[in-house]
Design a protein around this ligand. Sequence first.
Ligand code: C5P
Length: 222
Amino acid sequence: MNKISIAIDGPAAAGKSTVAKIIAEKLHYIYIDTGAMYRALTFKALQSEIDINDEESLIPLLKETEIVLNPGESGQRILLDGIDVSTEIRTAEVTNSVSTVSKHKQVREEMVARQQRFGQEGGVVMDGRDIGTHVLPDAEVKVFLLASVDERAARRHAENLEKGFPSDLALLKEEIAKRDKLDSEREVAPLKKAEDAVELDTTSLSIHEVVDRIMKLVEERI
Ligand code: C5P
């Protein structure tokens, strides 16, 4: 069977990673969470006390940084220079800084090059903000997932509570809206639907329904 590339983009907390992971499992494809790569660099920059506004300092840091996305039994593990930082990259501190790190042109060039190497063989489901527009412009299936800010904040809130993390719904809503604004308005590769992407509003759909709709698009292409 033909191994295709699947690009899933959309705003923060739209359910991209949940859906991408399930689809990758169903197809026995590799799943690449590109947001985790920007998060890992952000975590390292904060730890190293590097100014996240300073592109000239971030670039050498990124060049000497190894980021491995490692599938494991409990989902994807993110290894930063060999150390598992899967939990650390999801903290509010990293989440509130990552859009600053990801706005830099040279940071994006290096990340995109790495992501394209991961995807070069096909058989990949990649999620992010610029996958359909820049990373995998020739992907056979491109999906742009949308949901209202209220719905996305409510989902993330429920997820946090389930994991036993502290969570403030109003604050989450504010943070998600702020991150969307930064990601959509940045100069380099902003969050944007690719012209040939299929838009899917998931506000009133279950995960199962979203997966089904994407699988239909996939089946048409393999
Ligand atoms: O997907 P996630 O919410 O983990 O992404 C974290 C951040 O990484 C985004 O808010 C965005 O600033 C950045 N990002 C990006 N391009 C991607 C994936 C993520 O700029 N392809």
